[in-house]
Design a protein around this ligand. Structure first.
Ligand code: SF4
Length: 325
């Protein structure tokens, strides 16, 4: 399945997800906090990705989207969001996928993408990103040093090139450009202490919005820790006051209300979400608008079928899909 959700996203409201990459993860980074586990296919260019595997086609997306829209009204969706099992800009079909979404939805729903920014130096990627209404570009590190520790990029990706390419993209892009920063603590590193460096970077590139995130799902390295709500509030306050910029963070969320679905629909939807992010029953219930009792029932069915597993994270039971590869 290319589509998943709609899920309730702390940054985008009701978001229908498009995964142009598909499991297993393929990425240019191997972030220490990645909820998808280690990057087995770490690559440094589009051409490498094209050689490695095939990606979902625009036709496949059209069929799934038309089917989805039979049970989910367009007006119910705030964003159609490209993200998923790895870096979405690695898909050679990305341009066609966006065009197909616009075609099927008649342009009535804005289209967003979550990118890790690594390939924006490639003109093919930059011009495709420019087709989105909202680009959320990851920039977790305020310098090359933290970049290597936190994102562990492929050796072909250089921090300064990414920053300069983002600045150039900003100059020509007419949509909304947000930066996503994953604030975390790891060994002696505490990214919250770098607020002045982030300020400079945000100003230099000219982002419209900040999405300050932290580790809310099991990271691939256990020593990676989240920052607290108080630390997040302080970070957001400084950026708002000094840069006069909109800052969103995951400590606030809104409930989702949705129409009736069959048990099979719900099972599929939960499985598609768990393939991309480990979640607790409470979280699944919230993002899918379900009673917790019903969610527990469906999760149990998935456990019995051997499709998901239980993991304890920060004292809470979460569920994640078992990789099929
Ligand atoms: S960029 Fe995203 S998918 Fe890639 S390793 Fe980092 S968190 Fe995981």
């Amino acid at each position: 399945m290319i589509l998943y959700g709609p899920v309730m996203s702390w940054r985008l409201g009701r978001s229908l997800g498009v995964d142009p990459v598909q499991p297993p993860k393929i990425c240019t980074y191997d972030c220490i906090y990645c909820q998808l586990g280690p990057t087995r296919y770490k690559i440094g260019s589009l051409d490498e990705a094209y050689r490695l595997r095939t990606f979902p086609s625009a036709e496949q997306l059209r069929k799934e989207l038309e089917r989805k829209l039979r049970t989910c009204a367009l007006g119910f969706i705030n964003f159609i969001t490209f993200s998923g099992c790895g870096e979405p800009t690695l898909s050679p079909n990305l341009r066609e996928l966006v065009l197909r979404v616009r075609d099927v939805t008649k342009g009535l729903v804005p289209v967003a993408i979550l990118t890790n920014s690594s390939l924006i130096c490639d003109e093919r990627v930059a011009s495709t990103l420019a087709m989105f209404d909202l680009v959320i570009a990851k920039l977790d590190a305020p310098s090359e040093e933290e970049f290597k520790v936190v994102n562990r990029p492929h050796e072909a990706i250089r921090y300064d090139d990414v920053v300069e390419a983002l600045k150039e993209f900003r100059r020509r892009y007419r949509g909304v450009l947000a930066v996503e920063i994953m604030l975390l603590k790891y060994k002696g590193l505490n990214l919250i202490e770098k607020v002045d460096e982030y300020k400079e970077l945000i100003r230099y590139i000219g982002f419209d919005m900040v999405q300050a995130n932290t580790v809310t799902r099991p990271p691939q390295i256990e020593e990676v820790k989240a920052i607290s709500k108080e630390e997040m509030n302080e970070f957001a306050r400084v950026l708002r006051e000094e840069l006069r910029i909109d800052v969103k963070d995951p400590y606030s969320s809104r409930p989702l209300i949705r129409g009736k679905l069959t048990l099979e629909d719900v099972e599929n939807e939960i499985y598609e979400v768990l393939k991309r992010r480990p979640c607790s029953v409470a979280y699944l219930s919230r993002i899918l608008g379900l009673e917790e009792k019903a969610t527990v029932e469906v999760v149990r069915r998935l456990l019995r079928r051997g499709l998901v597993e239980e993991v304890v994270y920060r004292g809470e039971m979460v569920y994640r899909a078992i990789s099929s590869s």
